[in-house]
Design a protein around this ligand. Structure first.
Ligand SMILES: Cc1cc2nc3c(=O)[nH]c(=O)nc-3n(C[C@H](O)[C@H](O)[C@H](O)COP(=O)(O)OP(=O)(O)OC[C@H]3O[C@@H](n4cnc5c(N)ncnc54)[C@H](O)[C@@H]3O)c2cc1C
Length: 257
């Protein structure tokens, strides 16, 4: 896999009728002449889109990814190893910021490195797995600028629908979901974290839930998209195969799933 090569990782998912083929989901490396949907980029958004569209077993979907399969990179599957993936041209686009006037002062040419995933799973294969929603202020501002249906009030039901929060008090509250596919758990307790929270309190921050809509004024113990059993909840990997019954494709390839 060279740096510049555009690797068309073509995943053709289609479902046959239940009796036509015992393996309703198929992965194929050759291309058909046409598809109902073509998705460019198998990152967070592309994988979720492929998953949702493939719930309709009669639709064919082509998911294109320019980076390699994530299966060859064991560090992707160990969240604590994430830093080893930055600056690896096989899985990182190796972007840099433009030279900065007031920031990146210790960096060569005042340019910070700006990692973005170039691998199945996209940036979700390189990210820190912190469960943090966008700021309500940003969503509302986008709507004000014309993106109808993107206010925080509009997107909140989808955050909740996708979430399986295993913190009982969050799961029982108004702001979180408890039945979605994405597991969210409290990070493991460390003393340093408690000290940060104590310091934040002293500075006047509320200790609460940053995902409850008061992001800017609140601090909390981080929640992660990692299951309680420690299994990372990636949106990457090749779609699931060999299901006994028609089932939406998921961009998962972690052997622990
Ligand atoms: C280092 C790092 C840490 C982060 N930490 C967190 C975190 O803790 N919590 C959090 O919520 N978010 C975090 N993020 C942000 C989050 O990962 C991204 O916002 C999210 O993954 C973006 O999803 P996306 O689908 O828009 O893009 P991506 O996931 O980046 O997917 C884009 C995909 O498109 C592919 N592609 C691009 N061009 C082409 C082309 N021409 N043809 C085919 N394929 C193409 C790319 O290779 C890539 O796989 C982090 C991001 C980074 C980089």
């Amino acid at each position: 896999m060279t740096l510049v090569a555009l690797i068309a990782y073509a995943v053709h998912i289609w479902y046959h009728g239940p009796t036509a083929n015992p393996l309703p989901t198929k992965i194929q490396m050759t291309l058909d002449k046409e598809y109902d949907y073509i998705i460019v980029g198998a990152g967070s958004a592309g994988c979720v889109l492929a998953n949702r569209l493939s719930e309709d077993e009669h639709k064919s979907i082509l998911l294109l990814e320019s980076g390699p399969d994530d299966a060859g990179y064991s560090d992707i599957h160990v969240p604590a190893q994430v830093h080893s993936l930055f600056n690896n041209p096989e899985v990182d686009w190796m972007y840099k910021t433009t030279p900065q006037a007031q920031a990146c002062l210790s960096m060569e040419n005042k340019q910070c490195v700006w990692p973005r995933g170039k691998v199945l799973g996209g940036s979700s294969s390189l990210n820190a797995m912190v469960y943090i929603r966008g700021s309500p202020y940003d969503f509302d501002r986008w709507e004000d600028m014309g993106a109808k249906g993107w206010s925080y009030k509009d997107v909140l039901p989808y955050f909740k629908k996708s979430e399986l929060n295993d913190n009982p008090s969050f799961a029982a509250g108004e702001d979180h979901g408890a039945n979605g596919p994405l597991q969210v758990s409290d990070a493991i307790h460390v003393d340093l974290g408690s000290n940060y929270i104590k310091a934040g309190k002293e500075l006047g921050f509320d200790v609460g839930d940053v995902n409850s809509g008061r992001q800017e004024s609140t601090i909390m113990r981080t929640q992660l998209t990692v299951g309680r059993d420690g299994v990372p909840q990636y949106s990457h990997g090749v779609p699931e195969t060999r299901t006994a019954s028609p089932k939406p494709a998921r961009c998962y390839n972690d052997p622990r799933h």
